[in-house]
Design a protein around this ligand. Structure first.
Ligand code: GLN
Length: 488
């Protein structure tokens, strides 16, 4: 089998048994990137020199008979809103087009300590605002299953890189679905951990009360391996939780007997593509046959989740993005005659239309005349949504829903933003409630992958992983690779 098709756990075995070297593996990945990335466009930056130097170090360690960590020498890709010192971190924005990170994100420090390999930085929607990668200032990423379709977003580059064999594992960030939705569009695994499980330090802020970094991988085992490395308390992030990090790979047992799986009816109503619904019904049947107990659940406030998110997230974004003023770093407009004009023009020219729309929305809902009507109300609804999940988890252990109501659709930058926002309906409530959620492949609709979302109690990634793993082992969706076909 070609090396680029491997998983983290398979390739680790090959490295430690000296069947392959990390340098050989890294070179194979760059060959693959060279062969397909002009079609897929997953990457913005490559760091071949840095990656090969790190690979050589791991090879030396193996040759010296030293033990290596599961991610050591395994090439991964990092979303371009996560800082790696010395490499560009653009957030796919013109305003940061030349910004070079001056420090490592906490997750990067952890990954470096485990001697993993960073192939490069991946394309995304500008400042993680979007669902398709089309809002990137630089390029649109194409779905490797059908190049005329979107890879999802905002972590579309990180997801397409995995599906196309251009990385073995990757990191994304998820504010309203940006790990899980692209994972589902690409037929791979993506997990958003509980809010606070993973430090946000060094991940460029979009909406701080919602953002969370997480892995995108080919299978559930790899997701657990990456989680083991990136989770944990960080003094640089005040929302980072002081809780123990279990060995998530220990949760990977094939056992759902007696597990109570809740089906929230609001996720299966109008707007759900019947072909997606059919795949989910089959998945539920598989769980039932394996001994899980299926429980009907209602989460009535689900219908308010999207609008609540599109008030809170822009509000936080408008505050977070105020730092791009043309003074400290980032793009500066030339020939301005006053400081206010310089800042205004830098922001107008440096931000794309979607980011400007969100800043305006956020500023509006926070303005004194509208704060109570919009922002305060949204925060109250957020509390209601969270409480409904608390109640639901008294009746079940995990919730099973679609990840996206539709499979990947055609690339079309003219699509109505509101129509795209509404498609976030299945993933957004999970961020509002701060819960862990995974997307695993569960079928196909017209040749495009369909993802199933499993949502867990706060800090109960283990049950989510166990349920996902059990399903994965009973099916073969995770072994199917994207053909990289169709016309762009
Ligand atoms: N699609 C959502 C948005 O546009 C979610 C993005 C994200 O999770 N970063 O805001």
């Amino acid at each position: 089998m070609e090396l680029y098709k491997g998983t983290v756990h398979e390739l680790h075995q090959q490295l430690v048994s000296k069947k392959i070297s990390a340098v050989e593996l890294t070179n194979a990945m760059y060959d693959r990137i060279g062969a397909v990335d002009d079609q897929v466009k997953a990457y913005l930056t490559l760091d071949k020199q840095g990656a090969l130097a790190q690979a050589a170090k791991v090879d030396a360690k193996i040759a010296a008979g030293e033990a290596i960590k599961p991610l050591a020498g395994i090439p991964g890709a990092i979303k371009d809103n996560i800082c790696i010192k010395g490499l560009k971190t653009t957030c796919s924005s013109k305003i940061l087009a030349n910004y070079e990170a001056i420090y490592d994100a906490h997750v990067i420090e952890n990954l470096k300590a485990d001697e993993t390999i960073f192939l490069g930085k991946t394309n995304m929607d500008e400042f993680a605002m979007g669902s398709t990668t089309e809002t990137s200032y630089f390029q649109t990423t194409h779905n490797p299953w059908d190049l005329s379709k979107v890879p999802g977003g905002s972590s579309g580059g990180s997801a397409a890189a995995i599906a196309a064999g251009e990385a073995i594992w990757s990191l994304g960030s998820d504010t309203g679905g940006s790990i899980r939705q692209p994972a589902s569009f690409n037929g791979i695994v993506g997990i958003k951990p509980t809010y606070g499980r993973v430090s946000r330090y060094g991940c460029v802020a979009f909406a701080s009360s919602l953002d969370q970094i997480g892995p995108i991988t080919r299978d559930v085992t790899d997701a657990a391996i990456v989680l083991n490395t990136i989770c944990g308390l960080d003094k640089h992030d005040s929302t980072s939780l002081p809780v123990d990090v279990p060995d998530f790979t220990k949760a990977l047992r094939q056992d759902v007997k007696g597990l109570r799986i809740g089906l929230p009816k609001e996720f299966y109503g109008a707007g759900l593509d019947p072909k997606v619904d059919a795949e989910l019904k089959k998945a539920v049947e598989i769980y039932r046959q394996m001994g899980a107990e299926i429980v009907d659940i209602s989460l009535p406030s689900t219908e308010y989740a999207v609008i609540t998110y599109y008030i809170i997230a822009p509000a936080e974004a408008s505050a977070n993005l105020a730092r791009y003023d043309g003074v400290r770093y980032g793009y500066r407009a030339s020939n301005a005659t006053s400081a206010p004009e310089m800042t205004t023009r830098s922001r107008t020219e440096g931000f794309g239309p979607e980011v400007r729309r969100r800043i305006m929305l956020g500023t509006y809902v926070l303005s004194s005349g509208y704060y109570d009507a919009y922002y305060k109300k949204a925060m109250q609804v957020r509390t209601l949504i969270r409480r409904e999940y608390d109640e639901a988890f008294k009746k079940c252990d995990v919730l099973l829903t679609p990840t996206s109501p539709v499979p990947a659709y055609k690339i079309d930058s003219q699509m109505d933003p509101l129509a795209i926002y509404l498609l976030d309906v299945c993933t957004i409530p999970v961020n509002l409630a701060g819960l862990p959620g995974i997307s695993v492949p569960c079928g196909f609709a017209d040749g495009m992958p369909v993802g199933m979302q499993l949502i867990g109690k706060p800090l109960d990634e283990e049950t989510v992983l166990r349920a996902a793993y059990t399903f994965e082992q009973a099916t073969n969706f995770h072994t199917q690779l994207a053909p990289i076909g169709g016309k762009k």
